[in-house]
Ligand binder design. Structure first.
Ligand code: CO
Length: 253
């Protein structure tokens, strides 16, 4: 069941997601070769508590960290560790908070130092796919329009979209209906209405879409070991078009 949000709830969700966006920006600033993913996690948690919020992922189904750090062939749910980031790596930072009875959730993939043209292109196409999806996040469109926008853009660039993980509704729970697949067909699925809030999160692989979960029970990696990128925004559907809750200025490009 899709839960519509009131204007008041959307205001709070905006506040939460703005905190998420600001913390992701702060994390980006300290990313360089030699930084460990655990240092990113600690800094992330410290900033969250400073804002009076709670890290949403910590304790969620037993996940032990505030941040997910997924490096190179890691797709999502990479666990912070003593691993030092290296020049040429790409790292996805996926982060959520709980505050005022509501969640916030967003992710970015960022380069560590100079990265290959191929890695740069994968990140660019994935973020473009997210924005193509956001353009479809309009009253009267259908969920399939969002999914198809992601799939079409990624596949036109020669990449594949992960099937096993999806975006989601967000509000008083981190994961609400509807599921938001990164593949699908235009015109299918539920109709988009004002008050629906979606966390849209394309995961795009350079090679096969197949993924597997590592022994740690969390880290999702590409089955072929090729690179993967991930971007996520929480977006509210309004009469005036998409409101990107987790973007600093709230607007599309
Ligand atoms: Co999410």
């Amino acid at each position: 069941m899709v839960i519509l949000k009131s204007p008041e709830e959307i205001r709070k969700l905006r506040g939460n997601n703005l905190i998420v966006a600001q913390i992701l920006e702060a994390l980006k600033k300290i990313i360089r070769p030699g930084v460990t993913t655990l240092e990113l996690d600690r800094y992330c948690e410290e900033l969250t508590l400073q804002k009076g919020a709670k890290p949403a992922f910590k304790g969620y189904r037993g996940y032990p960290f505030s941040l997910c750090t997924s490096v190179n062939e890691e797709v999502v749910h990479g666990m912070p560790s003593e691993r030092k980031l290296q020049e040429g790596d790409i790292v996805s930072l996926d982060f959520g908070i709980y505050h005022q009875g509501l969640y916030g959730d967003a992710a970015v993939t960022v380069p560590v130092g100079e990265v290959s043209d191929e890695a740069g292109r994968l990140m660019r196409v994935t973020e473009e796919a997210l924005y193509k999806a956001i353009e479809q996040t309009r009253v009267g469109n259908r969920l399939g329009d969002i999914s198809a926008a992601i799939q079409n853009h990624a596949e036109a660039a020669g990449y594949s979209v992960v099937r096993d993980l999806v975006g989601h509704g967000i509000g008083r729970s981190l994961h609400e209906d509807p599921q938001v697949p990164n593949y699908g067909r235009e015109g299918r699925g539920i109709e988009l209405r004002p008050g629906i809030v979606l966390a849209i999160e394309p995961m795009v692989n350079a090679g096969t879409y197949a993924v597997k979960v590592l022994q740690d029970g969390w880290t999702v990696v590409t089955a072929d070991g090729k690179l993967s990128a991930h971007f996520e925004h929480s977006v509210a559907i309004t009469e005036n078009g998409p409101f990107i809750l987790s973007r600093i200025d709230g607007k599309p490009d």
